[in-house]
Unconditional design. Structure first.
Length: 385
């Protein structure tokens, strides 16, 4: 491996430690939050022209490893018995989120459809797929609908750019802003009391020598879960790979949390969040403005309208359904950004209880994305607007 690639990878893993140290020393950075700082640094790195042209494969590998390892580490300290009271609000929020995406895609198609473009309906189908599921659904619908390569590249690139601003908004001021319109999340008293000290002194245990052996144990278990889930996924068609991997990791991690020796390792959550910081820097650095080609107002407007319009519509409906702020945010994140981003937002909101519901919503979105995207494309193509 070349020395420049090695240095970039080293930066990805060392930078989070520097960010955490800086956040402890500077109150302003602490107020912004380590995750937001990591995301900003990643965007700046991606736009700096310092990255080699062939770095994408390494970035893709890192994002494919860090999140699957982080998810079990984040779930191990969970209290399964405290999840069930969220089932009702979570399902209700999922329905509102799906409805918001479908409505804004339909309205946006009529607002931004260029005259003389006979295939713009395919974009609507892809947007439903990616904003109810994720990138795997976008790629699947690209093949299903036989989308032109240039169109697919623009949609994917614009999604990264606009999604970065959307995501940055959620992890910085989103909770406070939406708190003016929606009720606050009611945390479990038990969880709040048990984790108060851990939240306030997050990551300190990572630099404690006594924590080394517990960390090795839970990381080793996370690797085994990742490997086993990946092996099981190989038995399924390629279109179901991401669904099976995430579902397998989540299920095994939940079962692992029932083991007292695993559940009591408090360092597990902090290691998981450290990996999420690595992921945040890597995925943000993948945003590349040079890949956008000639700006297309119709696509830019359409994607922006769907992302922020669905969020606005979800907030409005959530006022009537009395959905709390954190549940609304995590639902929007799971649908618009996909499950790998759920742990990032969960950490930014300092709310571990919404992690599993958020991942569950994302998995359901993966499963429904292709179907809903195809149905929407058929509707937009044949409906007499």
């Amino acid at each position: 491996m070349r020395i420049d690639i090695i240095l970039i990878v080293a930066f990805y893993f060392v930078a989070p430690a520097l960010i955490l140290s800086a956040c402890k020393k500077f109150p302003l950075l602490k107020k912004i939050g380590s995750i937001a700082v990591a995301y900003i640094i990643g965007i700046l790195l991606g736009l700096s022209k310092l990255l080699p042209d062939d770095i994408y494969a390494i970035q893709d590998l890192l994002t494919s490893i860090t999140v699957p390892l982080a998810i079990p580490l984040l779930l191990f300290p969970s209290k399964v018995k405290d999840w069930f009271h969220l089932a009702g609000p979570t399902f209700k929020s999922l329905m509102v989120g799906l409805f918001s995406v479908l409505i804004t895609v339909s309205i946006g198609y009529q607002l931004f459809r260029p005259e003389g473009d006979p295939e713009f309906w395919k974009v609507g189908g892809m947007l439903v797929g990616v904003y109810t599921g994720g990138t795997p659904n976008l790629a699947s619908l690209n093949v299903m609908l036989d989308v032109k390569p240039a169109t697919y590249l623009l949609v994917h690139s614009y999604d990264l750019i606009i999604g970065a601003f959307y995501f940055l908004f959620l992890i910085t001021v989103g909770q406070k802003f939406f708190g003016y319109f929606l009720p606050a999340f009611k945390k479990s008293t038990t969880i709040a009391d048990e984790n108060k000290e851990q939240i306030e002194e997050a990551y300190d245990v990572l630099f404690n020598k006594k924590a080394l052996w517990p960390i090795i144990k839970v990381v080793g278990l996370a690797i085994l879960i990742f490997a086993f889930s990946g092996g099981i996924a190989m038995l399924f068609p390629a279109d179901y790979l991401m669904i099976v991997v995430i579902l397998g990791i989540s299920t095994l991690a939940i079962l692992g949390s029932l083991i007292p020796g695993v559940n009591k390792v408090k360092e597990s959550f902090d290691v998981g969040m450290y990996l999420i910081l690595v992921f945040s820097i890597v995925v943000a650095s993948m945003v590349d403005l040079t890949n956008l080609g000639t700006p297309t107002f119709a696509l830019l407007g359409y994607l922006s309208f769907v992302i922020f319009g669905s969020l606005l519509l979800q907030v409005i409906i959530s006022q009537f359904t009395k959905t709390d702020t954190d549940t609304m945010i995590i639902t929007s994140t799971a649908l618009i950004c996909s499950p790998p981003f759920v742990p990032v937002v969960s950490g930014a909101l300092k709310n571990k209880e919404i992690l599993v519901p958020g991942i569950t919503i994302g998995i359901i979105g993966y499963a429904l994305g292709n179907y809903l995207g195809f149905l929407m494309s058929e509707l937009l193509q044949h409906w007499p607007f």
